[in-house]
Design a protein around this ligand. Structure first.
Ligand code: SAM
Length: 332
């Protein structure tokens, strides 16, 4: 997917306005563009610092061992997320490890925070925070044998990760992260800003940007800060982290796109990812978003992939009624 998206990029500098997990920024970096990566969430800024801006530093085995050095810490995770999210021994390790990671200098700090983020997500089924309490309670009651007997394969794997020593998994995840660290010889930059403020700021600074890539959240789909609430709280070590990331999830999403594009007129090429799912009314129809783009400049609409929900195939006609379409809009 990132490959197809990047094939539409032009020029030397890419602005990834909603970088999220950073896959498209990484692709831009790989093809030798100078990358400016942005996201409103700290969880993404960490990825940007570790993999987009950082060119040379990798996580060593010693860095992983350093996470286990005993320290006095506030016990934030132990106090707030046991048993609903973690069992006590995992929470205790995480409190210690986060304290050690936060005390490092950038980009080691972000590399280690990314490692711990990946570790946390590996412990959870579907990487989600809504499930797991029941498993934790059974583990706390020393019922791991019963739990493993009743658990499905994927759930059992997560249970095993939770009760194992963290070192082997951390060493495996370290290698995955290090694989993403490379030098493209460009001064890549990372921002944690609201998209509108970012575009105004970059224009004012007289930055030269050749391509802007927009992959905003989808209208009517899960809000990122709701999905990652617990992770965001852990990363910022405080309850109730507020992230203003709903502009594209709510009703006036087309107006927000129009505002986004009017602030981007100084950027010659725009590539926009979006999708539409009629069953859940999530996203925006291609023609609808295309007509907003065309208020500013001519553009092409490319369909990327279709997926069909089986239960939405009308039985009599055999016609597929619920067609989930992912598409790209590329300005000429
Ligand atoms: C669909 S994801 C991007 C996925 C990304 N292209 C990838 O490959 O992982 C959308 C991102 O937009 C961010 N976001 C939401 N509202 C924002 C805003 N107003 N300004 C900047 N970023 C925002 C969210 O935090 C989320 O990470």
């Amino acid at each position: 997917m990132a490959e197809i998206i990047a094939s539409h990029f032009q020029g030397e500098t890419l602005l990834d306005v909603f970088m999220g997990g950073g896959s498209v920024s990484l692709k831009g970096k790989k093809v030798g563009m100078r990358v400016l990566a942005n996201d409103i969430a700290y969880r993404s800024k960490i990825i940007g610092e570790a993999l987009i801006k950082n060119q040379t530093e990798k996580i060593t085995e010693e860095d992983v061992y350093s996470l286990f050095v005993f320290n006095e810490n506030a016990g934030f995770i132990q106090k707030n997320y046991v048993p609903q999210i973690f069992i006590p021994q995992v929470a205790e390790f995480l409190d210690m490890a986060f304290e050690n990671a936060r005390n490092r200098e950038s980009p080691k700090k972000e590399l280690l925070l990314l490692l711990l983020t990946k570790y946390i997500l590996s412990l959870r089924q579907y990487g989600a925070f809504q499930v797991g309490r029941q498993d934790n309670e059974m583990l706390i009651e020393n019922q791991e044998i019963e739990l493993l007997e009743m658990a499905s394969e994927s759930r059992g794997k997560k249970v095993r990760y939770n009760i194992s020593h963290p070192l082997p998994l951390l060493l495996k995840l370290k290698d995955q992260i290090n694989y993403g660290v490379f030098n493209n010889g460009k001064e890549n930059e990372v921002y944690q800003m609201d998209c509108f403020e970012l575009l105004e700021m970059l224009k004012e600074k007289g930055n030269k940007i050749d391509t802007a890539y927009f992959d905003s959240p989808y209208f009517n789909s899960t809000v990122y800060s709701a999905h990652y609430k617990i992770l965001d709280e852990i990363l910022e070590e405080k309850r109730g982290v507020e992230i203003d990331d709903k502009a594209f999830n709510v009703k006036d999403t087309l107006e927000n796109f129009e505002r986004l594009f009017s602030l981007s007129e100084w950027i010659p090429k725009w590539v926009i990812s979006m999708g539409y799912n009629p069953a859940s009314d999530a996203g925006i129809k291609g023609e609808e978003l295309l007509s907003v783009v065309q208020k500013f400049r001519d553009a092409d609409l490319y369909e990327m992939e279709h997926s069909w929900a089986i239960n939405n195939i009308a039985s009599k006609t055999g016609k597929r009624q619920s067609e989930n379409v992912e598409y790209l809009i590329v300005t000429k």
